[in-house]
Ligand binder design. Structure first.
Ligand code: AMP
Ligand code: FE
Ligand code: FE
Ligand code: ZN
Length: 283
């Protein structure tokens, strides 16, 4: 069984539509694929409709969170699987975070324009095409303007990584774990020790999150070094958390391929058994 529990579509900052994603999952030889767009479930229905027979679809999302235990607060990502997409408190919080993303992207565009950079909100908004707006959509405008060669360059410090970085409205990570659990979902900390993406949270936070209902840690991920993967595994063993591996596929704006990292069947089964929001499809 090949199981990939983290992938994005045009419902957020991926480049394949949800229908194209499930087709690509089957094509890549996956047995199980999770759709985990940033802060939205908008891709669920089209992915369900296009799901090829033989591919099990896990419906999920990747929640933009923040830990306020340190100043400045540290942003982090929480994967949430098989939650009820109509749970009112969670629905409201996702909508709030998405609105905050729009305002933040507009501010970034204003900062760029103030420095004479030829990008507009209309252009960026167009690239997001109705999905959750993110910095990759601004990166695309910078590429179009000929200012950077690719998304990675757009995330360097002189662009979106620092000079034009504006914090977004995230969810307090403890609140996020609570909301996901209350909606019958299963929360897994995405790439928790990816130091190359910026500041990471201390292990003590992961200890506290485990006590608060966190179910697992994503260890095998391209943004983790081999040492970071081992560290995450050790921590999971210590805390009784499951360990996942996944591609975090985004289509063409990242190099990583579907199924580049995978999750053990027993872990997948444990996640499904712990969930009560919605079932997996096609099992
Ligand atoms: P945002 O969610 O708007 O803060 O943008 C972060 C997203 O940009 C991440 O979810 C990644 O998918 C994407 N991304 C692409 N390249 C990079 C990079 N070099 N560093 C950080 N994020 C990146
Ligand atoms: Fe992303
Ligand atoms: Fe992430
Ligand atoms: Zn992701």
């Amino acid at each position: 069984m090949r199981i990939d529990l983290h992938a994005h579509t045009t419902a957020s900052d991926g480049t394949l539509t949800p229908a194209e994603l499930v087709a690509a999952g089957a094509e890549a030889g996956l047995d199980v694929l999770a759709i985990t767009d940033h802060d939205t479930t908008a891709g669920w229905a089209p992915a369900e409709q296009a799901r090829p027979a033989g591919l099990v679809l896990v419906r999920g999302a990747e929640l933009s969170c923040r830990w306020y235990g340190q100043v400045p607060a540290i942003p982090l990502h929480l994967l949430a699987y098989l939650f009820d997409p109509t749970a009112p408190a969670l629905v409201a919080e996702l909508a709030r975070v998405r609105r905050g993303r729009v305002e933040r992207a507009q501010r970034i565009v204003e900062l760029l324009r103030a420095d004479g950079v030829d990008v507009t909100w209309d252009e960026v908004h167009g690239y997001a095409a109705g999905g959750t707006v993110g910095r990759p959509h601004i990166a695309r405008a910078l590429i179009r303007a000929g200012l950077v060669a690719d998304t990675d360059e757009a995330f360097e410090d002189r662009w979106l990584g620092e000079r034009y970085r504006v914090p977004k409205e995230d969810t307090d990570v403890f609140e996020a774990v609570r909301l996901v659990r209350a909606a019958g979902g299963v929360p897994v900390f995405a790439h928790p020790k990816a130091t190359k993406r910026g500041k990471v949270v201390p292990d003590s936070l992961i200890v506290d999150l485990a006590a608060a209902g966190l179910f697992g840690l994503e260890a095998d991920h391209e943004a983790h070094s081999p040492a970071e993967r081992e560290h995450v595994r050790g921590l999971a063993t210590e805390l009784g958390l499951v360990v996942t591996g996944s591609s975090d596929f985004h289509g063409t704006h990242k190099q990583v391929k579907l199924g580049a990292y995978t999750t053990e069947p027993a872990v997948y089964e444990a996640i499904v058994a712990a969930a009560s929001g919605v079932p997996v499809l096609g099992a």
